[in-house]
Design a protein around this ligand. Structure first.
Ligand code: CDP
Length: 203
């Protein structure tokens, strides 16, 4: 089965999805890492992002290996976040990555997180969650993670939120049948527990 977790930057998707996958014994799919890898390779090599996406050789796991190089840390740099959000507006990039994601999700049990898992990649997912939190809380979490200034993160985040929600192709939006979970003031264990209950009910 597939558990789809979508939502904006800093809502806690990665932390929650990873912990949930571990608790359930499912495999974790970080679709954002794929857009980040395409953003990074395009920044470095230039050329058409769609071609970089189509030819990308990507291994996802504890480490992210793109075209043979360990890019686990490099893809988290702020300029790569921006590049990821930019290449993610390109329908050809999305088509290439969605194809890879669907191939992975076709077999086995998954917790997949991103922006369009419940709407586009796996609309038939057994459980769909839309994870949110207030913008200040999201920026605070991300700044703590990166060790940077919350005000700067809040500014970058607002830009990326707008780009992700307003783009023409697969914008970030609540999927039909998705359950919205506001994580403001909740810790990871509480969120994981709530989603685990939804999974148990869907089984
Ligand atoms: O970790 P954070 O939520 O900040 O971002 P991410 O999930 O790593 O995704 C980085 C960027 O990739 C997002 O800003 C989106 O523009 C894009 N993305 C997307 O368009 N569709 C997905 N399924 C996942 C990410």
């Amino acid at each position: 089965m597939v558990v789809a977790i979508d939502g904006p930057a800093g809502a806690g998707k990665s932390t929650v999805a990873r912990a949930l996958a571990r608790a359930l014994g499912f495999t974790y799919l970080d679709s954002g890492a794929m857009y980040r890898a395409v953003g990074l390779v395009t920044l470095r090599e230039g050329g058409a992002a769609s071609e970089r996406a189509e030819e990308l050789d990507l291994q996802l796991g504890d480490r992210v290996i793109a075209n043979g190089e360990d890019v686990t840390e490099a893809i988290r740099e702020p300029e790569v976040s921006e590049a990821a959000s930019r290449v993610a507006t390109n329908p050809k990039v999305r088509a290439a990555l969605v194809k890879k994601q669907r191939e992975l999700l076709a077999a086995g049990d998954w917790v997949a997180e991103g922006r369009d898992i419940g709407t586009v990649v796996a609309p038939g997912a057994a459980v769909k969650v839309f994870l949110t939190a207030g913008p200040e809380e999201r920026a605070r979490r991300r700044a703590a993670e990166l060790g940077t200034d919350p005000a700067m993160v809040l500014r970058d985040q607002a830009l990326r939120d707008a780009q992700d929600s307003e783009r023409e192709h697969s914008p970030l939006e609540l999927a039909p049948g998705a359950i919205e979970v506001d994580t403001t003031g909740l810790d990871v264990d509480e969120v994981v527990k709530r989603i685990s209950e939804l999974v148990a009910a869907a089984r």
